[in-house]
Design a protein around this ligand. Sequence first.
Ligand SMILES: [Zn+2]
Length: 180
Amino acid sequence: MGSEERAAFSGAGRACPGKQGLPQPAQEADRETDERFMREALRLAQEAAAEGEVPVGAVVVRGGEIVGRGRNRRERGKTALAHAELEAIAGACRTLGGWRLWQCTLYVTLEPCPMCAGAIINARLPRLVFGASDPKAGSCGSVVDLFALPYNHHPAVTCGVLAEESAELLRGFFRSLRGK
Ligand SMILES: [Zn+2]
């Protein structure tokens, strides 16, 4: 993806996407827990950036424990499929020994694309928490809200958790690319 097309990630202070009032901003009761796990996702995103990958990180959590971790590896992996969410979901399926992640929450620093939103539906994840919105590819309210369509599973979504940190990490990454 070009740096120009990645210019407009929205962080704090922006309304969350979603035409039907979803996703909702984080509820105060969950915010501390959500921020704790989003920090780990951000740490993974920073690892990605250090390897020249677009900085996106994700974790899957069950019962207060991280059971899957992922970060973007498209460049090194030379594959369009190596998104942070898919890696975290695959890890959680391995850890838990099954494909249904029905007791888990996925945390990701950037609003999922259609491929990853589809994986969230397929894994039966009941809850998604994301940071920055992605007006170019976000499929949980920005471009489209896949979770509002009549599929067989409808995850709850919390958005905007550490959104400014996530968006600034992405903006900084593309600034540094332009500076090279
Ligand atoms: Zn994706």
